[in-house]
Write a protein that binds this ligand. Sequence first.
Ligand code: SF4
Ligand code: SF4
Length: 505
Amino acid sequence: MQTKTYEDINERLSRGEAVVLTAMEFKDLARDLDPAELVREVDVVTTATFAPMCSSGVFLNFGHSDPPIRMEEISLNGVPAYEGLAAVDAYLGATAEGPGNTGYGGAHVIESLVRGEEVRLSARGKGTDCYPRTSLETSVSLDRINEAWFFNPRNGYQNYGAAANGSPRPLRTYMGILEPEYGSVSYSTSGELSPLLNDPECRTVGVGTPVFLCGARGRVVGPGTQYCDGREKGRSGLPLSGARTLALWADLKEAEEEFLAAARYDGYGISLFVGLGLPIPVLDEDLARRLSVRDGDIETDARDYSRPGRPVVGRYTYSELRSGSVEIEGRRAPTSSQSSLAKARRIADVLKERVLDGRFPLEAPREPLPEGRVQRPLSARSPGWTPGAAELRTARPGVGPAGYRRARCVDCGSCVAHCPAGALSIGAPDWTLRYEASLCDGCGACFSACPREALGGGRTKTVPIRRPAVFPDVVPDVLPAVEPAIESAIGSAAGRAGRPVRVRA
Ligand code: SF4
Ligand code: SF4
């Protein structure tokens, strides 16, 4: 059996002799070489994903004012931060939202800090002998505060179930807008590029493993929350749903604007697109075989988000999902992705350069991730009520009747399945979004589908939600009629049923 060690690989990197490939390049090579040859030929493979990861946030230490304050009721640009740590430390969660402004949250503040912008800091204190000040209004920026660390409790899901909706009304979720009557299927993860699908047993990933996190060189600090290594596996031996996750740390001061983006999911809330990269050393034939996995081998279950327990209603490979449409409950439904393949490819390329030029030396994990972990459900669950708020936004110009703003687009593809005119498409070779203004009639069906507000020229169509967001068949007596405003915001789904999504060949 052909093998090599971390020391062998780092030695070859330092001599400039190592061969580092992106996961795309490696998989192409694997068509012609067997695993033993791949171990001989290739030292490191870079994997990546760029997807909304709600379980993200930053610890901040602001430093002491004079006179000092024990900060309570902390907010940044109006977004509340958790203050129960010490006098001037706070944790700002990516999904935190300011009161009365559901379109702006912690992820937007994080994005502003990384861009080098000033952020308004407000705090109150009760006043103590050691901290006499009782209020503070100032501004801070990333270069003027002491520490700013990402601490993301759950990133890098190994796989993620696709989402569908069998109910008669659209659902607005963290998986984007799910068209009624199984009118769309939404999926996430970068499939064959995804870090933990390329090393499914986490042989090279553990406590202390260096990772690329939003441009910074971060670390795995341990298993992420909801980590589970006992999920049902598909025919290729890979888990069919979430399974393992990672808790990650990185210095926010090293993060780069290109590799993170705030997101707003209409009817759900705020999230953060996180760019995550993992270099995997090709230590032996087993790893080489696993790194050769293709989208056609990786399956994921699709679940119905409108029904209690979210039953499985389909099983698809990532090749099928990326084709633009899949068969579900006897009909053809367009698919939409929530993560950006174009950005994931870019991260794999950048990480390859950094490994080659010595900025990203490889390290063996200090400790393995745990085995035998299961995910426990919360026993007393009931349908929740989602507070909503009407939102009026200033219109800003963009291209065409849809007001498409390229600068805000991260090429996730979430909008594509919702365009009845075929004006939005995504696909090979570059997987960037194409908007054809000549086909667009400005119907607005895509506006709310975009988590980045890249469509609609700043005109989102959020309406208050005054009923349970899910499980309508469980509580029909409390469901008022679907509001016409929601229908017009999301577009008439009936006319789009069965329309294949446009995926460029
Ligand atoms: S406004 Fe309507 S026609 Fe134009 S891109 Fe959006 S969904 Fe398609
Ligand atoms: S315009 Fe489409 S591809 Fe671009 S960020 Fe919005 S939903 Fe994603």
